[in-house]
Structures are given as structure tokens and as C-alpha cells.
Design a protein around this ligand. Structure first.
Ligand SMILES: Nc1nc2c(ncn2[C@@H]2O[C@H](COP(=O)(O)OP(=O)(O)OP(=O)(O)O)[C@@H](O)[C@H]2O)c(=O)[nH]1
Ligand SMILES: [Mg+2]
Length: 343
């Protein structure tokens, strides 16, 4: 699970990466990708930490990668380094112009680069497969031979692969190619200080359905450097309620179809990241494989019930808000869980 930050040169990728992860990738020379984790901001988690005052605090994180690539060659050479990215943040420079058609043009320039880079892979692969006799093709290769002429046409018409609907088999058969244009995108407009939020106008003008968010990277980098109290004061003085980068991280995280549950105690308050829709034993495996194998029950209280019961587990239990859930239980975001297991 990873999110790749892409964008044209000087769009503000590394600033955004630094705001979210605290890592200044400009200080790391000679790497075409830099990796770092961003904390997922969550008021519920902060509240649990306040209540339990644990020795150790482990919030949910999202791994981001800052990618330095441009031009079709660049996209081709960094493709493998970013092959584990399930999603992308596409940063567009909006700080030196407010002209929407100009900004849309920048967005489409990079989209076209990615599409052409994918197209070259498709053409090369198809050429190779067509040289083989049909009866020598493995199952996956037969799927590719049938599919690639279709996705070639699609790419040639300027459309990204994420807008081509693939069957499960087709999806599996092309996964190893790590196509850039097949991954979901969140578009981030890097705007100038004090500029109006252009997200909606951009989305309309570009004719896209992807989510679009705006942030002033330069200002938010200053905010991210401040202590929490100073942050609040600074935001208030600017009439902003929450820094935009927090919403960007949360949205990017949700787009990966992930969520988390909490474990609490005096030793540690921790958020465990799992796939949305996981059963209780699968969720337990995030802590330890043995928890899944020896799973007996999950003792679950929802975050809201916990708070409603005066922020104590004992009250939640006394009020009948603590549930004992079995193997079929689908864990919900924000559940506070303690597992019973037997190894
Ligand atoms: N005025 C202004 N300049 C910005 C803003 N965001 C980025 N810049 C400028 O753009 C430069 C590049 O920002 P980076 O974050 O390094 O951009 P990048 O996309 O990582 O650039 P490359 O890695 O070189 O492709 C910064 O040094 C700033 O001068 C902004 O919000 N306002
Ligand atoms: Mg950079």
C-alpha cells in the first residue's frame, strides 16, 4: 500500500511530500523516488490518547512516495520503483496563474505523458505476443492478446486506463505492468497564498470525475512546522479551520479502501490499518498472525459508544455497549477492540 505523488516539474510535489511526511526530499540527492509515512490526522485518536495517556502512541499512517520523473522516458524508468503504488496524488501548479484553462492544460500535459508511456508498454508487449503461436500462449498471455488491442485503442484516444472497465481476470492479467494511468488519482491544486479555491471550476473545465482538492503548499509548510498550539493560532488568524493537508491525507487514505480500528490501554494507544470490509480474524492478523489463527472472540465497543459512556471501558461494559463478536463480524472504522485468542 502506497500513494505516489506525481506532477510536472516544479509543481510542488516535494513541498506537499514534506508537509505530509516531514521529510525534505530536496536534501536527498540522486534518488528518483523518496519514501515517507504520513500520519492520518484523526480527532478520535487524539482523544483516546488524552484519555489513556499511554506510554506509547501509534497512529495510522499512509506511505507516500515523492517521484521525480518527467517526459515519457522518465515515467518509464521510474515505473518499477512505483509499482507498489495503489493510488496517486497528482499535483498541479496553480500558484503562478489563476487561469483555469492554463491549469487544465498543465494537468492534461502530464496525463498525456502517462498515457503515452503506458501505450508504449502495451505496443511492445503486443508485438512480442503476436509473434508467438496461439497455442503456445499461457492463460494470462491469451487474455493479454485479446485485451491489448482494445486498451491500445483506448489509450490512443487519450483516455487513461482507469476509465476502461476491466474484468477481474483482465485486471489480474495486466497488474504486473504497473500502468500509470490505471491507478486512481486524487488531484491536488497547489494554489497561491490567499487565492480562492479553484477546485470546482477546475473539475468542470477539465471534465473529470476524480476528486480535486486545493492547498497552498507554501503556507501549509509553515503551518506544519509549528507546534500544535501555534498552529491553531496561526490558522485562526488566517480564518482557516483545518489545514488542507489533513483533508488530503484522509481522502487519499480512504481512496485506498482502507480503514482502522483502535486498541487502547496504558501501554499503548494504537490505530491498526486494515482493508475495509475485513472480518474480525483478518483484522486481528494486523496485530499478529497468531491472533488470526487462534481467534476466539473480539470484544468491541464503538468509539461513539465509548465516548457516550464517559470515556471508560468499564462504563461501556456496564451499560451493555461492549459486544462479543465472532469470526463473521465485519470490523467498522473506529471500533475499539480487544481480541481473545488461544495459541
Ligand atoms: N510562490 C509559490 N511558489 C511555490 C509554491 N509551491 C511551490 N513553489 C515553488 O516551486 C518550487 C518547487 O517546489 P517543489 O515542491 O520542489 O516542486 P517539485 O514538483 O517537487 O519540483 P521537482 O521535483 O523539481 O519537479 C519551490 O521551490 C517554490 O519556489 C507556492 O505555493 N507559491
Ligand atoms: Mg521534487
Amino acid at each position: 500500500m502506497e500513494i505516489a505523488i506525481i506532477g510536472l516539474p516544479q509543481s510542488g510535489k516535494s513541498l506537499l511530500f514534506q508537509i505530509m511526511t516531514g521529510i525534505n526530499s530536496q536534501e536527498i540527492y540522486g534518488e528518483d523516488v523518496v519514501r515517507g509515512n504520513a500520519k492520518v490526522p484523526d480527532g478520535r485518536f487524539d482523544h483516546l490518547v488524552d484519555i489513556f495517556k499511554p506510554a506509547k502512541v501509534t497512529p495510522a499512517t499512509v506511505p507516500f512516495i515523492d517521484i521525480n520523473a518527467s517526459g515519457e522516458k522518465g515515467w518509464d524508468s521510474t515505473r518499477q520503483s512505483a509499482s507498489g503504488a495503489d493510488g496517486m496524488l497528482h499535483v498541479v501548479n496553480c500558484y503562478d496563474t489563476e487561469d483555469i484553462p492554463e491549469v487544465v492544460g498543465r494537468y492534461k500535459t502530464l496525463e498525456a505523458e502517462l498515457i503515452i508511456s503506458d501505450l508504449m508498454i502495451v505496443e511492445k508487449r503486443l508485438e512480442k505476443l503476436l509473434k508467438l503461436p496461439a497455442n503456445a500462449l499461457k492463460r494470462e498471455e491469451s487474455i493479454q492478446v485479446a485485451l491489448f488491442p482494445k486498451i491500445k485503442d483506448h489509450l490512443e484516444s487519450g483516455e487513461p486506463l482507469r476509465r476502461y472497465s476491466l474484468s477481474k481476470d483482465e485486471d489480474d492479467a495486466i497488474r504486473s505492468f504497473s500502468f500509470w494511468s490505471s491507478r486512481p488519482q486524487l488531484i491536488v491544486l497547489n494554489i497561491a497564498e490567499g487565492a480562492d479555491n479553484p477546485s470546482e471550476k477546475f473539475q468542470k473545465a477539465a471534465g473529470i470525475e476524480e476528486s480535486v482538492m486545493s492547498i497552498c503548499c507554501q503556507v501549509e509548510l509553515e503551518i506544519a512546522d509549528l507546534s500544535q498550539d501555534d498552529q491553531l493560532q496561526f490558522l485562526e488568524s488566517m480564518g482557516i479551520e483545518k489545514p488542507a493537508f489533513e483533508r488530503i491525507i484522509r481522502t487519499a487514505f480512504r481512496n485506498l479502501q482502507r480503514m482502522y480500528y483502535f486498541t487502547v490501554g496504558e501501554d499503548e494507544v494504537r490505530a491498526w490499518v486494515i482493508k475495509s470490509g475485513s472480518t474480525a480474524p483478518k483484522a486481528a492478523a494486523a496485530i499478529h498472525k497468531d491472533f488470526e489463527r487462534g481467534f476466539i472472540r473480539a470484544e468491541v465497543v464503538s468509539y461513539d459508544d465509548f465516548v457516550a459512556c464517559g470515556d471508560t471501558l468499564a462504563n461501556a461494559k456496564a451499560d451493555g455497549k461492549t459486544r462479543l463478536e465472532g469470526k463473521e463480524y465485519i470490523v467498522k472504522d473506529g471500533d475499539i477492540i480487544s481480541f481473545r485468542f488461544n495459541v
